[in-house]
Design a protein around this ligand. Structure first.
Ligand code: ATP
Ligand code: MG
Length: 309
């Protein structure tokens, strides 16, 4: 019996409660210990003080109250893999490439290269390990309708891969509503076991903004649901890459990714892509809990994203 099941049994809850938690993405004592009592109360249909007690007990059981730092490090040490973006400059900026087990946000204005980079990552993740890939497939959830298989074929050719085989290893879903987008994300989970290591959400917020318009609370709620699911895919071992639009801050003139406050908290690496002269682009890490801030330049050519010579 799992530790989580034991804890539930302690307070007289059984299998059904376990299933309810699993539906809310809570599958371990650790995730239970970190959730809010309100969410737990909702998920289990219990009152909030009972939920609080349950969380407290979970924290005790995993020894969260006091833990020496070495033990903490061992428990939280992430064993993640890295795959190349196909550009040395971008790889260096990212500390080697795109990491699995992480949520990466590509934000930027129209035409800055977000979708192009997503296309390319669906190819480079398939490269043999000797060439910086993970030899795995990808899921592409297209909310903008801008995915082009022809681009994949061009990019595959540049990496000397067979276009048709590369396309076969990309699972594609064109989604037209928030509900479809969320459901595609949930359904991606079962492909993790089948060797998918990259899940692309292009874009994260377009449909949510369209559907919920000025209703800020519902917008944030919808984004939070997508992000929670994305996080759970990352925890399951995928790189989750999301794209996002930007707006201009009227006071400072700065470009700011949309999505309010929850996004920067939810993503591990936020990259801002900017259009420079001609085919030149700049990528900047503007927020990350795992990497220093930095910049890199790249170009977009017919064969995809390349370094500036
Ligand atoms: N075959 C190609 N050869 C060279 N450059 C290309 C090619 N296809 C697209 N591009 C470049 O990519 C740009 C579009 O980039 P992309 O679609 O990734 O933008 P985006 O950041 O996703 O924008 P949006 O916010 O509209 O989704 C085009 O403006 C063009 O400069
Ligand atoms: Mg795009």
């Amino acid at each position: 019996m799992s530790a989580l099941a034991r804890l539930l049994r302690e307070i007289g809850l059984g299998e059904e409660a376990l299933r309810k938690l699993s539906r809310a993405n809570i599958r371990s004592l650790e995730s239970l210990a970190f959730m809010s009592s309100r969410r737990l109360a909702e998920a289990l249909g219990i009152d909030e003080p009972t939920a609080e007690g349950l969380i407290k007990r979970a924290r005790e059981m995993i020894g969260l109250e006091l833990m020496d730092l070495l033990e903490y490090l061992e428990r939280n040490r992430m064993r993640f893999d890295i795959f190349t973006t196909g550009s040395h400059a971008l790889d260096n900026l990212l500390g080697g490439g795109i990491p699995t087990h992480h949520l990466v946000e590509l934000a930027g204005p129209f035409g800055s290269g977000k979708t192009q980079l997503c296309h390319q990552l669906c190819v480079t993740v398939q490269l043999p390990q000797s060439e910086g890939g993970l030899e795995s497939g990808a899921v592409f959830i297209d909310a903008d309708g801008t995915f082009r298989p022809e681009r994949i074929i061009r990019i595959a050719k540049r990496f000397k891969l067979d276009g048709r085989s590369v396309l076969r290893r990309i699972l594609y879903a064109r989604v037209l509503s928030f509900a479809e987008q969320y459901s595609a994300l949930v359904r991606s989970r079962k492909f993790l076991e089948k060797g998918i290591r990259l899940v692309v959400l292009d874009s994260l917020s377009g449909l949510v903004r369209e559907e919920f318009g000025g209703d800020l609370i519902r917008r944030q709620e919808a984004l939070a649901r997508l992000l929670m699911e994305a996080r759970s895919l990352a925890e399951g071992g995928a790189s989750v890459v999301i794209t996002n639009q930007v707006t201009v801050n009227m006071k400072t003139g700065e470009l700011v990714p949309v999505g309010g406050l929850i996004l920067p908290q939810a993503v591990d690496i936020r990259i801002l892509l900017l259009k420079e002269k001609g085919d030149r682009r700049e990528a900047r890490i503007v927020h990350s809990v795992v990497l220093p801030e930095g910049k890199a330049t790249f170009r977009i050519l017919d064969g995809g994203i390349v370094d500036v010579e």
